[in-house]
Design a protein around this ligand. Structure first.
Ligand code: FE
Length: 135
């Protein structure tokens, strides 16, 4: 799973909606409570909307009340990458897909046990795959 995916900006624009492109390739943020998945509770897997890389599972999702899908850990540690983000006058930890580099959201140290982490992820960066579709 170390096969990185690289696309030109034109290719990303073809592949993504304008809102996905703004969030995933320009480090944007969708408005809170606007996304399709913040209150989504069905069992299944959350994949990268850019490349299909498995990022999170429904078993690690929790209701943070923030208006964004929130997870206390990724499906595996190497599924996501982290970068220091000093934009907007804050020091935050940015989270991106480790395969295609698409921006997902940020991780904060105020999540539930056992990790104490809150991966705060944009809905538009995720594609949900319900459990019954697993083959
Ligand atoms: Fe990806």
């Amino acid at each position: 799973m170390s096969d990185k995916i690289e696309k030109s900006d034109a290719e990303w624009r073809e592949h993504l909606t304008p809102e996905q492109h703004r969030v995933m390739r320009r480090h944007g943020t969708e408005p809170a409570f606007s996304g399709a998945l913040h209150d989504h509770k069905a069992p299944g897997r959350y994949l990268c909307a850019g490349c299909g890389h498995e990022l999170f599972g429904s078993g690690e999702k929790f209701d943070s009340g923030s208006g964004w899908p929130s997870f206390w850990q990724p499906a595996a540690p190497d599924r996501v990458g982290h970068l220091e983000d000093r934009s907007h006058g804050m020091v935050r930890t940015e989270v991106h897909c480790s395969r295609c580099g698409s921006h997902l959201g940020h991780v904060f140290p105020d999540g539930p046990r056992p990790t104490g982490l809150r991966y705060c992820i944009n809905s538009v960066s995720l594609a949900f795959e319900p459990e019954e579709d697993r083959g």
